[in-house]
Every structure is written in C-alpha cells, then in structure tokens.
Design a protein. Structure first.
Length: 399
C-alpha cells in the first residue's frame, strides 16, 4: 500500500466529463489499495473569472476579501470531486485548506505555508476515505483564509506530500510531461523523461508554468518524489528528481510574458542611491528581477530594471511619490516586452552556449534589450513583437 498525493489542475477539471476522468484516476489508485489524497485547482478559468469580478468593483480591493473570493474556486472543485468519487462508489471527503490543517503566514495573495497539521487528513485516510483537499489556500494565524499565489495548487500538493511522507506526488495536467519548451508554442519541443530539481526550478521560475516554482523548491528540500503526467493520456510523464547523471548543456527554454521594464533617468550618481531605490521597492513587496545600469555620465546615471507586470502601476506610483527623496529626473515604462531564458545545469562548463543563443537571436532579427546570467541560466529581454520569433529561434538552436 502506498500513500499517493495527486493534483489535478484547472484544465483537467474544466467540465463534468473531465472531472469524471480525473476522479477515475483517483478511484483506480484507491482500488489498488493505496491511500489517496487528491488536491484540486479551481475548474477551468474559474480563478480568472473571480479576479475579473473583483476588478470590476475596483483595482484596489481588500487583499483579505480577495482571498475569501478566490478560495471559493477550489472549494467548489473539491466538493464536486468528492461527489464524483462517491458516485463511483469510492468513499471521499472534501476539506478546505483550514480543515486540512494548512497553516500559512498572513500575506494575502502570496502566503507561505508554515506548517501542516496532518491529523484530520490522517484520520480520514484511516477511515478508508479518499481525501480531497482544496489547493492554493490555507489559514493565517488570525484565522483568516489565505491564498498562496497563482498556480499554487502544485505547491499545496507537494507540501502535503512532504508533511504526509507520501510515496509519490503526481501532478496531473493537460500536457504529458515537462518539455524542452512550452509544447503549445514550440511544436518540436522534446519531452524529458526525467529532469533535475535545480533545472526544473529554474525553468519554472523563468516562466514554464507547468509547475509552480515553489513546489519544485519544496520537493527538493523534502526529497518528494515528483511526477508530471497527463490527465488525458496514459503514460510515464516526467520525473523530477535529485541528480540526472548526464547533464545537458541546455535542458529547456522558457518564456515569461509577465514582465515590464522601468527606466529611471537622471538618478544622482552617489553612494546609497541604488540601495534607497531598491529598498523602497522591497518595502512595497515589489519583486525586481533583471537590473541594468550603464556607466554614469557626469553626475547623473540611469537604471533599468524589470518587475512583474501586475506590480508595474504600484511601482510607478511609489517611484513618482518619492521622486525628490530618491533624487531622479524621470521615470518611463515599457510593458511590451518578454523574457526568454535558456536553462541547463551543464551550461557552466560549456562556453559556447551564450554565443549560440545570441547568434540565434541575431539571425532571427531579434534585438536583445537586457541580458542576465547565472550558473545555470541565461535570460534576455526582447520586445513583445519579437517574442515568438525569438523563442522559436533559441529553441531551434539547442534542440
Ligand atoms: P494546470 O491547470 O494543470 O495547473 P498549467 O496551465 O498551470 O496547468 O500548466 C500546464 C501548461 O504549462 C501546459 O499546457 C503548457 O502550455 C505550459 N508549459 C509551459 N512550459 C512548459 C514546459 N516546458 N513543458 C510542459 N508544459 C509547459
Ligand atoms: N486556481 C489557482 C490559479 O488559477 C491555483 C492553481 O490553479 O494552481 O492560479
Ligand atoms: Mg498550474
């Protein structure tokens, strides 16, 4: 008997037929004498619809109420899944995040899971039930409902697998594994049978949405055996694991379209100014990614950095409000950009990788706006109109 945590994403639950199909997978594992915990996302685009409803009221809605609203998507899903399983003759019970003992911090919208009290889940498993848990949500110390960030149901599943010491955590989705790039955009993308935690984490962090990056981080930390599989095609999928022996130079290409550039001109070139600027952004919880600072010309300098698009208005508001304190002349933005990244653990020992990427972009007529590198990735920012061309050219250069 194994303990299996299996998570179904929104597209795998989008209608009654798909819900039945997903429940069928859980039922079949249950009938093989396994203990099964099912984690569900909201159905289809339910979360997007809820966000649109809130935005229709106003852009600055209360984060607390937003979490109350967004958590209902997963709550509907879990009840429907438990009903479906029961209808199939499989005893099942659904639990919200708080009922499942998922304790988070108080950061509404981006809460972190602090601990999981597994007593209720264990008691239900001991009663021979399939336990259906709402993904993406938990409870803050105050008792309020929290959500843990878009795409966060993957992280709920891995956190539960870690806390329950499950034998395996299976992420069921609408593709049959992790590919060298998004297979919906890159038609000749190749599927990985296995991939390193580190490479997967970097791909996920750079925009490959197939796994929530925090789920990979957590799987690595707790040694959770993680698999990505299709809900619709029976197959082995991709295993995410500790070390893959033979490192490829490049294991994948990811694209992040949720990027905007901010340029500050005429920033006084003096010690402490950069620190003041970025600590002001950090205080507002604005995540800065790529930073580019050309050499100063005279007393003034400029700086360009990227932020997630949803933080753009907030960042500009904050910068405009503190223009005299930060001592700069003007701020401009560009949200018609995207980031393309290549990821590979073998990259550090292969000197030709960067030039191959830049040559591919050059041959495709794509202008590179900013570059950033780490041991296992190279990212470039390009204009939105070059996005598809650049993505395909870079992938073709390595696969
Ligand atoms: P779910 O609703 O199951 O959580 P997501 O939409 O979050 O599914 O993630 C699955 C999607 O991730 C796929 O449909 C695919 O378009 C996208 N994707 C992006 N990069 C990759 C990749 N490297 N490999 C596989 N899928 C990817
Ligand atoms: N329903 C949430 C979202 O759409 C969480 C998830 O699907 O993982 O972001
Ligand atoms: Mg997802």
């Amino acid at each position: 008997m194994a303990l299996i945590v299996e998570k179904f994403g929104g597209s795998s639950l989008a209608n009654t037929e798909k819900l039945r199909n997903a429940a069928g997978i859980a039922a079949s594992d249950y009938r093989k004498e396994n203990q099964v915990v099912v984690v569900v996302s909201a159905q289809g685009d339910a979360t997007d619809h809820l966000i649109a409803q809130a935005e229709a009221i106003g852009r600055r809605v209360s984060p607390r109420e937003m979490d109350v609203l967004l958590s209902t998507g997963e709550q509907a899903s879990m009840a429907l899944m438990a009903m479906m399983l029961t209808g199939m003759g499989v005893p099942a019970v659904s639990l919200c995040g708080w009922q499942a003992g998922i304790h988070t911090d108080a950061q509404h919208g981006v809460a972190r899971i602090d601990r999981i009290d597994t007593r209720r889940i264990r008691a239900e498993l001991d009663q021979n039930r399939v336990v259906v848990v709402a993904g993406f949500q938990g409870i803050a110390p105050s008792g309020d409902i929290t959500t843990i960030g878009r795409g966060g149901s993957d992280t709920t599943a891995v956190a539960l697998a870690a806390a329950l010491e499950a034998d395996v955590c299976r992420i069921y989705t609408d593709v049959d594994g992790v590919y060298s790039a998004d297979p919906r955009v890159i038609k000749n993308a190749v599927r990985h049978y296995e991939i390193d935690y580190d490479e997967m984490l970097e791909l996920a962090s750079q925009g490959a949405q197939v796994l929530h990056n925090r789920s990979v981080e957590m799987a690595k930390r707790f040694g959770v055996q993680l698999e990505v599989k299709s809900s619709f095609i029976n197959g082995v999928g991709t295993r995410v694991r500790e070390v893959v022996m033979e490192k490829r130079s490049v294991s994948g290409v990811a694209r992040d379209q949720n990027v905007a550039l901010i340029t500050i001109e005429g920033l006084r070139d003096q010690p402490g100014n950069i620190w003041r600027l970025f600590s002001a952004l950090t205080e507002q919880k604005i995540n800065v990614d790529i930073i580019l600072q050309p050499p100063a010309a005279g007393q003034r300098t400029s700086i360009t950095f990227s932020v997630p698009r949803e933080s753009l208005d907030h960042a500009v508001e904050m910068l405009t409000g503190s223009q005299s304190g930060l001592s700069y002349e003007s701020v401009s933005v560009d949200d018609r950009v995207c980031k393309i990244s290549i990821v590979g653990a073998g990259m550090a020992s292969d000197y030709g990788v960067a030039s191959r990427m830049f040559e591919a972009l050059y041959r495709a007529g794509v202008n590179v706006r900013c570059v950033t590198t780490s041991e296992i990735k190279i990212s470039v920012i390009v204009s939105e109109e070059d996005s598809d061309r650049g993505f395909i050219a870079v992938h073709d250069a390595f696969f």
